[in-house]
Design a protein around this ligand. Structure first.
Ligand code: OGA
Ligand code: MN
Length: 292
């Protein structure tokens, strides 16, 4: 017979899911991620993740190890191509920070590619399922993270556009997206680790079955289409998906944990004054499936 403590730990009644407008993004309360997450709690979080695509947990002063342990509930962790951002001794934790050891700012935003619309690691054969971020330091002005619901945006496309993109694929190229966003060029070793790949322009979510537009900064051009025509189509799809009605704007607080479904969203960081403002995020990424 189950005892009271076992029943208690199997319950997730204390967890609350509060969705934002249009059900895009939700805040989860009643959970302390540092304590670990029970199976019952995880089931609620996982369902909320599928339903709302972006999850916000406030007031979670996490260390890297429990942060990583929480992300690992969602699947296999994935390190980053850019080894310079890896946390010492924890290759699956990356730190994007403009704060130096002496407490002063570097003056530049790390990873400029995060300032433009993208979906994480779409330049790999098995792009990120989710990215779990936490915020030890936030900018007082700017530095919000914007999310676009690319599944709702797909639904709203005119039928002829859905049909047109149905059979099309785009090349996703990390080396090229770095140049586009003004980052240092990828090294030969990095390009060997991340050669260009192609993915469908509209992908089907492996868990919900919903279709979503799959573009962003790493998408360089469309396979078997005139280069400029393909670039124009990618730009048109991105502009459509990032209209105000599909956006959730995350206003950071220190110790937020924020996670998103890269299979049906795009995101970007709003510019801020990287000389004046300190901004740091720690990041753990979970590997996803090959997009279909
Ligand atoms: C990322 C990213 C957004 C941010 O970690 O993939 O795009 O708010 N970061 O720093
Ligand atoms: Mn990103």
């Amino acid at each position: 017979m189950a005892d009271a403590a076992a029943i208690e730990s199997n319950s997730a009644d204390h967890v609350t899911v509060s969705p934002h407008a249009h059900g895009f993004a939700a805040e989860i309360t009643g959970i302390n991620l540092a304590d670990g997450v029970s199976d019952a709690e995880f089931a609620v979080i996982h369902q909320a993740f599928l339903d709302h695509k972006v999850l916000v947990f406030r007031d979670q002063p996490l260390e890297d190890a429990p942060h990583q342990a929480f992300a690992a509930r969602f699947g296999e962790l994935d390190g980053h191509i850019n080894k310079s951002t890896r946390q010492k001794g924890m290759p699956n934790v990356q730190v994007f920070s403009n704060v130096k050891a002496d407490g002063k700012t570097t003056g530049v935003h790390p990873e400029k590619g995060t300032l433009v619309w993208h979906t994480d690691k779409s330049y790999t054969a098995t792009p990120s399922l989710t990215t779990v971020l936490r915020s030890p330091a936030i900018a007082s002005k700017g530095g919000d993270t914007l999310f676009a619901d690319t599944a709702r945006a797909y639904e709203a496309l005119p039928e002829p556009t859905k049909n047109k993109i149905g059979g099309l694929r785009a090349i996703h190229d990390w080396g090229r997206s770095r140049l586009k966003s003004g980052e240092r060029p990828a090294t030969e070793e990095e390009m060997a680790a991340a050669p260009p790949v192609d993915h469908p322009l509209a992908r089907t979510h492996p868990e919900t079955g919903a279709k979503a537009i799959y573009v962003g900064n790493h998408a360089s051009h469309v396979v078997d289409m005139d280069r400029s025509e393909g670039e124009a189509l990618l730009a048109e799809l991105e502009a459509h998906a990032t209209q105000a009605q599909y956006i959730y704007r995350h206003k950071w607080r220190v110790n937020d944990v924020l996670m998103w479904d890269n299979r049906c969203t795009m995101h970007c960081v709003e510019p801020y004054d990287a000389a004046k403002e300190k901004r740091a995020v720690h990041r753990v990424v979970v590997k996803g499936d090959k997009p279909v």
